[in-house]
Design a protein around this ligand. Structure first.
Ligand code: G3H
Ligand code: 13P
Ligand code: ZN
Length: 334
């Protein structure tokens, strides 16, 4: 049986992005796989009155079960209201959909937005696949994110050694022919906690920490010029906070030379046509840091609430920080 996202109290990205582009901020897109992540995301968004995109990857869908995920998203809307957010602006989005069938299934299942990631395909095949998804999704008012240019690293089950920046000369043709609602571009970000190899970075002589190379803002500017006001999406935007990496490493973990995108670069991107910023790894790091610390400090503890609770608190702090201090999306969905 088909379910409309509207009956679940969810919204698509159309209005969200229009306001974000105009207002010079970005909407957070946080991945979730479990209840604690969802609680933390909703608590932060409801407290800060920030529009929010709940992202589900193919892996998350397999991990958590798609029926359960949908009811969790529906529950999230009610939870947000219970927290005093009168008109929650919550979108349920498929992250890195890799086939028409998967996107269609999510549309039919109550998602309000889907991503079709044809970035690994030849240009014309990416267009054909994206166009097919757009045609189906738009029948149900579900918005579609597409991707042009390849990010280095792992995108769900698709791994790529190298990044290929988006070619600005292709974006008008791509957006016009596919009819997509937003476009993910490649300007030097990548997925995971190791975004750059140490040899691509310099080292801060004082701290010994890796300093990554800057993003290709020139490519972003050219894309903006070609498609004025068109919503642009940045994947792979975790900052890999060193305090979490330090807690993990001090409590039995092993994450040498983990490095992310400096927050000042994301702040700059959020003020541009970039209106959706994807963050997953930072939440994984916060969760892991909190759990490792409890395990190390209290080896006799075996009640999951005693370590998932602190993990949830740390993630709430992280999401709030991103909303208020990096993306600037607070008080934009009152
Ligand atoms: O794009 C990658 C996201 O972080 C999702 O990761 O496929 O491991 O759920 P995942
Ligand atoms: P990070 O791995 O940088 O958190 O990126 C997440 C992402 O882009 C999800 O699509
Ligand atoms: Zn991504």
């Amino acid at each position: 049986m088909k379910v409309s996202f509207k009956d679940l109290g969810l919204v698509n990205t159309r209005e969200m992005f229009k306001k974000a582009v105009k207002g010079g901020y970005a909407v957070p897109a946080f991945n979730f796989n479990n209840m604690e992540q969802l609680q933390a995301i909703i608590k932060a968004a409801a407290t800060e009155k920030s529009p929010v995109i709940l992202q589900v990857s193919k892996g998350a869908r397999n991990y958590a079960n798609q029926t359960l995920l949908r009811y969790m998203a529906q529950g999230a809307v009610e939870y947000a209201k219970e927290l005093g957010w009168k008109k929650p602006q919550i979108c349920l989005h498929l992250d890195h959909g890799d086939s028409y069938e998967l996107c269609k299934s999510c549309v039919d299942f109550g998602f309000s937005s889907v991503m079709i990631d044809g970035s690994a395909l030849p240009y014309e095949e990416n267009i054909a696949l994206t166009k097919k998804v757009v045609k189906y999704a738009h029948k149900y008012d579900v918005t579609v994110e597409a991707e042009l240019g390849v990010l280095a690293g792992v995108e769900d089950e698709v791994a790529s050694e190298e990044s290929h920046y988006t070619k600005p000369e292709e974006v008008i043709d791509f957006a016009t022919r596919t009819g997509c609602d937003s476009l993910a571009i490649s300007i030097g970000t990548s997925h995971g906690a190791y975004k750059f190899k140490p040899e691509q970075c310099t080292r801060d002589p004082k701290t010994g920490r890796l300093v990554p190379p800057p993003l290709a803002f020139d490519v972003l500017r050219q894309v903006e010029k070609k498609l004025p006001g068109f919503p642009i999406v940045l994947h792979g935007s975790s900052s890999v906070p060193q305090e979490y990496v330090d807690i993990i490493n001090a409590n039995g973990g092993k994450l040498p030379d983990a490095v992310g995108i400096p927050e000042e670069q994301l702040r700059k991107a959020a003020k541009s046509a970039v209106c959706k910023i994807n963050i997953d790894s930072d939440s994984r790091l916060a969760f892991t840091a909190a759990v490792r610390k409890v395990f190390n400090d209290k080896p006799a503890e075996f009640d999951p609430r005693k370590y998932c609770g602190p993990a949830r608190d740390l993630m709430t702090e992280l999401y709030t920080h991103k909303i208020v201090n990096v993306l600037g999306s607070n008080n934009k969905a009152k």
